[in-house]
Write a protein that binds this ligand. Structure first.
Ligand code: BGC
Length: 384
């Protein structure tokens, strides 16, 4: 569990008023809410605004279609292209979606499954329409297309919409009116789902990375609204959904999935956290260095979480992806190698495909300076 300071934004009266008109205008699902929040008159309760984006009608668990089981299992061993588009701006965290990174995919025994985390919220208008900057949109699309052209499967998400979780913003981010935070999330999906609707099944969507904090009580409702938007133009695309508490398997019992046969589950796994995140500057308090891994108690914790996730997948008849796991570079290298190998073996024993966090930054398998894989880490995950 990542401890970040939390606050819960309160909707303002002014914004609530502006939304009433949007709702009056909206018949069925809106195609675009653009301009709506900026022009509507007064006095609408916050919840009403969301009714422009209804949830999927509730129903019993459907399980996943056999095609979803097959496509998710086929993800096999994957990698996160992290710290690129999930930074406030591409390049802010030292990496860009450069050709030499993309060319690694599918080469020399390396993966063909890529998760692409994207901080859309920081490249979109601050009103409820969240109009995505066309230059950024084209840049992400081009990256997706270059990955797909290498034969990769690509899992595209919304990542680090800080205000959505109620987290402090990163440098270079602008706060939006709290009343439009959730509407912007849905408006982002409206645009992303529309833009990528023509792509083949190798492109998959993930509704949101690691919901937590402010989202705890809101997540089941918002994910269902987002899914309904996605389904307008992407009826059979695989959509991956994880639980709250930063996608912890412990939170799976609280996750309510809409009845949809093209949804798969995802969890993230960074336990023992004191080991994987030692020295991580973005975690407060910073965990001390020198923790090693993996004694019997640590192993029990690691395997126990995976067992929970696997059992939940069986219960729901849906495949479970481990969408992130990794150990930061400040942990001792031999222990990182041991942890990665143990995780790999344990996930594969449970038929869980995985995507390691991440390619070429602080957890990275690949050294962007020498332009080589770090051999011990690579071997632990992709070797014999
Ligand atoms: C976050 C990264 C972070 C990683 C490990 C990811 O979900 O997006 O910024 O480095 O988790 O904490």
């Amino acid at each position: 569990m990542k401890s970040l300071p939390l606050h819960r934004p309160t909707p303002t009266a002014a914004f609530n008023t502006r939304r009433r008109q949007c709702l009056a205008l909206a018949s069925g699902l809106p195609l675009v809410l653009a301009g709506c929040a900026a022009s509507a008159p007064a006095d609408t309760p916050a919840a009403d605004a969301l009714s422009a984006y209804p949830p999927v009608p509730a129903g019993p668990e459907t399980g996943a279609d056999p095609a979803v089981h097959q496509r998710v299992q086929a993800l096999g061993r994957g990698v996160n292209f992290g710290n690129i588009f999930d930074a406030p701006r591409e390049g802010d965290w030292g990496l860009r979606a450069d050709e030499h990174l993309i060319d690694l995919v599918g080469r020399d025994g390396f993966t063909q499954s890529v998760r692409l985390p994207v901080r859309w919220s920081n490249h979109a208008s601050v009103d409820a329409s969240a109009r995505i900057d066309p230059v950024f949109f084209a840049r992400v699309e081009r990256t997706v297309d270059r990955l797909l052209a290498r034969g990769a499967s690509v899992l595209l998400n919304i990542h680090h919409y800080r205000q959505f979780d109620g987290d402090p913003l990163d440098p270079g981010e602008t706060a939006v009116d709290p009343a439009v935070v959730d509407l912007r999330f849905l408006a982002l999906w409206q645009q992303i789902a529309e833009r990528f609707a023509g792509h083949g099944p190798a492109l998959m969507f993930e509704i949101y990375n690691e919901p937590h904090g402010r989202l705890e009580p809101l997540w089941n409702d918002l994910l269902s609204r987002a899914l309904r938007i996605i389904r307008q133009r992407n009826p059979e695309r695989v959509v991956v959904i994880g639980p709250t508490d930063w996608n912890s398997a412990n939170a799976l019992p609280r996750l309510v999935l809409p009845p949809d046969r093209f949804v798969a589950l995802t969890v993230h796994h960074y336990e023992p956290f004191a080991f994987t995140h030692q020295g991580a500057e973005w975690v407060q308090p910073v965990r001390p260095l020198g923790t090693v891994c993996c004694d019997a108690a640590q192993q029990a914790q690691m395997l126990g979480l995976l067992d929970l996730a696997a059992a939940d997948g069986r219960r729901r008849q849906r495949p479970v992806l481990v969408g992130e796991f990794g150990a930061y570079s400040k942990a001792p290298l031999p222990a990182r190698v041991a942890w990665l190998r143990l995780m790999r073996d344990a996930m594969e024993a449970r038929q869980m495909p995985w995507m390691v966090w991440e390619l070429a930054s602080g957890f990275g398998l690949y050294d962007p300076d020498t332009r080589r894989m770090r051999p011990e880490l690579f071997q632990a995950l992709f070797g014999a």
